[in-house]
Design a protein around this ligand. Structure first.
Ligand SMILES: [Zn+2]
Length: 460
């Protein structure tokens, strides 16, 4: 097993910042100290750079079937993009097909990932069909390495579950050390609003946002939180976008319920104005829940800073502008939902968050690395630079700059959400379990070298 010594860097964890050398032995961090002089097979000088834990993106959809097409990044290209952005772990959603066992659905997702993976990964189980059989199978998910489930309160007729299913699934999950996640939007109301808009001839991308008002999200968030209390099960609300929903979460937390929330990079940085761009351009920004207002962006920065929201993820679900998004050219409801971002998350939130003094660098690590590991059964194996942890380490250069563009990104998609944005603060080297997988612009990981992570039961 090779050893690597990273010298002269400054470690940034969620709770501390200090100068130290780090010795990696094989795949783990074996020593941390000032001026370690031990011989190592490889020595990296990190003078002037920060060492941050590898990013963990707990909300992604690689190679996911949706609306008659499949998201454009697979487990190779998505992982390549992630690695270039300083993300070394992600958790993807395995979607149960109706009538299928969880075990069978997981096999499908393992097959997508096995030979392609370049970073480490886990799966959440998205439940679409809870019946007598799958209710019995649910408590066995942790033995398959899966300790979180997802339930959709929107996408009526496709993924949406009713309140009975929501309640029963959460109750079993709570007893089994499984974290329940919800997509919180009122799918029934949205269905009505979408039909009305289309009947009135309103077909442009802007109507995607207009037919999914923030109160649909706030209502469903409040309902899910109440359900979490009724079911005595911890809850994690994915991709929260707006002040009214965050207020519901804050209230639940005040009531002592074990409720946690996540937002995604794009909700800080894009708004309804992007959905209203001329022509069909707005389709690039169609995701659910929709991007909101400048006021909501500020409310989200405040909520991550004060700890109401625990995690920043991406909901990375890329569809090409040409050939995929245009399925909805004449009908916004047929535009595949999702935006790319697995590569952009760390530097966009650093530039817009840390540099603009919305959050500290430690808070940025907490939101992007540490809390995701803690909430999803990966801590302290991941999400921190500590002796004994996996050597997932990113060298971060706060002076490096670039202009974000689809021309230079590594994801397999023909546009970038943040096209043309000038940013400062970038990863220069990415280590995944001790292996240097990105070295100053060069990709060194082999397909199949990423590993499936069997996650611990969640104790919240
Ligand atoms: Zn999603």
């Amino acid at each position: 097993m090779a050893t690597t010594l990273i010298k002269n860097g400054t470690i940034v964890n969620s709770g501390e910042t200090y100068k130290a050398d780090v010795l990696i032995d094989g795949e783990r961090i074996s020593r941390i100290g000032s001026t370690l002089s031990r011989k190592a097979d490889n020595v990296v000088d990190a003078r002037g750079q920060y060492l941050v834990p590898g990013g963990i993106d707990v909300h992604t959809h690689l190679a996911m079937p949706f609306g008659g097409t499949v998201s454009s990044d697979d487990f190779y290209t998505g992982h390549k993009g992630a690695a270039f952005g300083g993300t070394t772990t992600h958790i993807d959603f395995c979607i149960q097909s109706k009538g299928e066992s969880f075990e069978k659905s997981l096999k499908t997702w393992h097959d997508k990932a096995d030979d392609k993976a370049c970073i480490d990964y886990g799966f959440h189980m998205a439940i679409t069909d809870l019946n007598a059989k799958t209710m019995e199978e649910l408590p066995k998910l942790p033995s398959m390495g899966v300790t979180s489930i997802k339930l959709f309160m929107a996408y009526k007729g496709v993924l949406q579950v009713d309140d009975d299913t929501l309640f029963q699934a959460m109750r079993i999950a709570g007893k089994s050390g499984i974290l329940s996640m919800v997509h919180a939007e009122n799918g029934d109301v949205i269905d009505t609003l979408v039909s009305e808009a289309l009947e009135a001839g309103n077909t442009s991308p802007a109507w995607h946002g207009r037919t999914r008002p923030h109160l649909c999200e706030a209502e469903a968030t409040g309902r899910a939180i109440a359900m979490s209390g009724l079911a005595d099960a911890p809850l994690y609300v994915v991709h929260m976008t707006c002040e009214s929903a965050v207020d519901q979460l804050r209230l639940g937390q005040k009531q002592g319920l074990k409720v946690y929330g996540e937002t995604c990079t794009q909700y800080f940085m894009t708004s309804q104005a992007d959905l209203e761009r001329p022509g069909f351009e707005g389709a690039k920004y169609v995701c659910s829940p929709p991007i909101r207002t400048k006021h909501d962006q500020e409310a989200l920065w405040k909520a991550v800073a004060d700890g109401t929201l625990a995690v920043i993820s991406t909901d990375h679900c890329p569809f090409n502008f040409k050939g995929q998004k245009d399925l909805g050219k004449d009908d916004f409801s047929k535009i595949p939902n999702g935006m790319p971002g697995i590569e952009d998350r760390m530097y966009m939130t650093y530039d817009r968050g840390v540099r603009k003094e919305k959050i500290s660098m430690n808070k940025w690590v907490e939101l992007n690395c540490t809390n995701p590991a803690k909430l999803f059964g990966l801590y302290p194996r991941k999400g921190t630079i500590t002796v004994g942890s996996d050597a997932d380490i990113v060298l971060w250069d706060t002076k490096a700059t670039k202009t974000v563009s689809a021309k230079t990104h590594h994801m397999n998609i023909d546009y970038n959400t943040y096209e043309g944005k000038r940013i400062r603060g970038l990863p220069t080297k990415t280590f995944r379990r001790g292996h240097l997988i990105v070295d100053d612009g060069e990709f060194l990981a082999e397909a199949g070298s990423g590993r499936f992570l069997r996650r611990e039961r969640v104790k919240l």
